[in-house]
Design a protein around this ligand. Structure first.
Ligand SMILES: Cc1cc2nc3c(=O)[nH]c(=O)nc-3n(C[C@H](O)[C@H](O)[C@H](O)COP(=O)(O)OP(=O)(O)OC[C@H]3O[C@@H](n4cnc5c(N)ncnc54)[C@H](O)[C@@H]3O)c2cc1C
Length: 400
């Protein structure tokens, strides 16, 4: 099998890249190890930056998002029983974010790809990228599904370029030699216990709460479905938390002033899982004809809602550079790919780290750390400049 751009992974990065290349008349093949149902149901991100919304729309993948996505013009910070709203459009010259689940973005892109795009092979696992430093890189892969006789057989996808969009646990990063790779990493001693619940959200915008008991986040997937998170110690088993215990703890951490009539809506919990927290960057994001995009190259803790949006930024940068190269023969933008993406990635790392350390309670936190967290929140609540910085970062970094 042969193609111009071999894409490993059908998460948001791989699917959007295939779409952008298709729109520019460039062929690609997408290899995805899981089946379609799994990929379409994996619960993850939910906040789309303005730039991500604009890209999906202009790629022809925004129709349902425009109908069903919820535009959010702000978030609330809650601490010491106080509530402080950040007004995004007022602070950023009109920018906002959109709540539209990653599952829905993926469903829209899969449907488009299967209807109009090149091959998207589910249950097809990339085993290795070979010859990344040659002008004929290859992806060795094996199919679990497929037509009779194909299952289990090892094959090769011959490419002109390979883009590794296979997430943190994929194989493409391993094709960059150790002597070239540099990894920057931080793990946190806590994770997020997340629930999905069939109940209308208790607030019409996201609420980020810092409390003595740890962080809590009130979020949503739709007007009828709430998504809520609790900071828990790293390694926590989600099954150890009963539904009632999760709701009780959310209520404590989201506490408001006694004269405030805000209430937490409780409802049936339909999913519960724990996500570890990590900051991670692999440099460079390019080796020869292999380009890394999305979680394959970097991870942010979810507090800044940046992971999916960074993945989109990477593939937009690659597609723009590749189209420019094809049209002009000038490789300058492709050569600049890693540096261009990493500048944005490190801004997102910085913001996600700042939000995480401001809002979570570390197990070894001292009274001094407590006071500093409150002072950081107070600064945002009382300084337009500090508020504006948060609003600019939250609504997104430029894809240019
Ligand atoms: C609980 C949670 C909440 C989050 N909230 C947000 C948020 O609000 N906003 C935000 O922007 N981000 C958020 N994120 C992060 C976001 O979900 C990820 O950054 C995003 O999924 C990255 O997309 P990707 O396409 O790079 O990788 P992935 O979505 O991980 O996709 C990689 C794909 O590659 C496939 N694959 C892996 N190995 C192979 C192989 N060997 N061969 C073939 N295929 C392979 C995988 O099956 C997968 O489909 C959250 C993440 C979690 C876990």
């Amino acid at each position: 099998m042969r193609t111009t751009v071999g894409i490993i992974g059908a998460g948001p990065a791989g699917l959007l890249l295939a779409r952008l290349l298709h729109n520019a008349g460039i062929d690609s093949v997408v290899l995805e190890s899981r089946d379609r149902a799994y990929v379409e149901q994996r619960q993850r991100a939910g906040i789309l930056e303005q730039g991500t919304v604009d890209v999906l729309r202009s790629a022809g993948a925004g129709e349902r998002m425009d109908r069903e996505g919820l535009r959010h013009d702000g978030i609330e910070l809650r601490y010491d029983r106080r509530r402080h709203r950040i007004d995004f459009p007022g602070l950023t010259g009109g920018r906002s974010v959109t709540v539209y689940a990653q599952t829905e973005v993926v469903k829209d892109l899969v449907a488009l790809q299967l209807r109009e795009g090149g091959p998207l092979l589910f249950e097809t696992e990339a085993l290795a990228v070979e010859g990344a430093d040659t002008d004929r890189p290859r992806v060795r892969f094996t199919r679990r599904g497929g037509r009779d006789g194909e299952a289990g057989r090892e094959s090769v996808l011959e490419c002109q370029y390979v883009v590794g969009c296979d997430g943190f646990w994929g194989v493409s990063r391993a094709a960059v030699p150790a002597a070239v790779s540099r990894v920057f990493e931080r793990t946190y001693p806590f994770g997020w216990l997340g629930i999905l619940a069939d109940v209308p959200p208790s607030h019409d915008e996201l609420v980020y709460a810092r409390s003595e008991r740890g962080f809590a986040l009130l979020s949503m997937r739709s007007p009828a479905v709430s998504r809520l998170y609790l900071q828990v110690p790293a390694g926590t088993d989600a099954a150890a938390w009963s539904d009632g215990a999760v709701w009780d703890e959310l209520e404590r951490r989201l506490e408001t002033a006694p004269d405030d009539d805000w209430v937490l809506n409780r409802g049936p919990v339909t999913a519960k899982s724990v996500t570890p927290m990590r900051s991670y960057v692999h440099e460079p994001m390019r080796y020869g004809r292999l380009f890394l995009a999305g979680d394959a190259a970097h991870i942010v803790p979810p507090t800044g809602a940046k992971g999916l949006n960074l993945a989109v930024g990477d593939v937009v940068t690659f597609a723009r550079a590749f189209v420019h190269f094809r049209e002009t023969g000038d490789p300058a933008l492709l050569d600049a790919y890693s540096g261009t993406c990493l500048r944005r990635v490190w801004q997102a790392e910085r913001f996600s780290y700042a939000m995480t350390t401001m809002l979570h309670r570390s197990p070894d936190a001292t009274p001094f750390d407590d006071r500093i967290q409150r002072a950081r929140l107070d600064r945002i609540a009382t300084s337009r400049a500090a508020e504006q910085d948060l609003a600019e970062c939250y609504t997104g970094f430029s894809f240019d």
